[in-house]
Design a protein around this ligand. Structure first.
Ligand code: SF4
Length: 299
């Protein structure tokens, strides 16, 4: 159980926010949750992992980064003023600020604002369960499938991440992201293990396959686009919705699995939903406008 005091009590980093921005929801990335909408994104300092390729290392690997103190009330009020329908807890690792998150998420939910977690999923089972009850959607990193590398290179735990993904997928809208890092997680065996695991949870989970670019301690050349596209093709045999990240191409549309119509067209962060229709008024379910085949997308 996470202790959620009114104002963080004596927690030294409670409410220390490193950045607040309005992002396209696709940037989280979430492709099947409120596509085309924007989201108020709040980030913090610190992380419980030490990925050598961290793209946000200036805030994740230090506690000295610049910050403003923002109370949960102020954050949620800001979201309301800006007309935001959702808040993302993101950029570094939000779950290391679980007490603050719980207070923000409780308040946001009471005002009809959805909560989105963008997380590495390395958290114990009890805390995960509590946070998930307050969340509406999550994007969770699956960084590799080697327990040894998770522990010794990243400082995390593969079993904890797998449990988090399973718990999230059972309760809230869930998408998974894997950054493809050459010579770290790109062997065919490891990629197939990632694919098989996600498929075993649900083949409807969108999987974001992203290209690594040199950052923080890792200086090796970026992942080439063809590798990412190859993995996407392989994953497509077992997962229904696979997308690429950090490479620009025209393959990030969501198409109807039955008739091939483009349901959601993505050009960078510009999103249109030409083929998407609501199944029936207010039932919250969506389908292909052409043939009526269901699409697991949530608004
Ligand atoms: S989990 Fe994310 S924020 Fe933390 S070190 Fe790894 S890449 Fe950086």
């Amino acid at each position: 159980m996470v202790r959620s005091g009114e104002n963080g009590g004596s927690l030294p980093f409670y409410g220390r926010v490193s950045s607040i921005a309005i992002d396209p929801i696709e940037k989280k990335p979430l492709f099947h949750y409120r596509p085309g909408q924007v989201i108020l994104s709040v980030g913090f300092v610190g992380c419980n992992l030490r990925c050598p390729f961290c793209q946000n290392w200036q805030i994740s690997q230090t506690t000295d980064a610049a910050f403003s103190v923002v109370s949960p009330e102020e954050l949620v009020a800001k979201a309301g003023e800006l007309g935001m329908k959702q808040i993302a807890y993101t950029y570094s690792e939000p779950l290391v600020h679980a007490e603050y998150l719980i207070n923000c998420m409780t308040l946001a939910r009471s005002r009809g604002i959805a909560n989105v977690l963008v997380t590495n999923g390395c958290v114990n089972e009890d805390a995960a369960a509590e946070i998930i009850t307050l969340a509406d959607a999550a994007n969770i990193d699956l960084k590799c499938f080697s327990p040894y590398n998770y522990k010794n290179i990243l400082g995390g735990s593969l079993p904890a991440v797998k449990d988090f993904i399973k718990a999230a997928a059972a309760n809230i809208h869930t998408e998974v992201t894997t950054l493809i890092v050459p010579d770290f997680n790109d062997s065919a065996g490891e990629i197939d293990s990632c694919i098989d695991f996600i498929a075993s949870v649900s083949n409807e989970i969108p999987w974001h396959i992203s290209a690594y670019h040199p950052a923080y301690k890792l200086k090796s050349p970026p992942t080439n686009a063809e590798t990412v596209l190859d993995i996407k093709r392989r994953a497509g045999q077992k997962l229904l919705y696979c997308y690429t990240g950090n490479i620009w191409n025209d393959e990030n549309n969501t198409v109807c699995l039955n008739c091939g119509s483009v349901l959601i067209r993505r050009n960078g962060y510009a999103v249109k939903t030409p083929g998407l229709a609501q199944k029936s008024e207010n039932d919250g379910k969506y389908c292909c406008r052409q043939c009526g085949t269901a699409l697991p997308v949530r608004y």
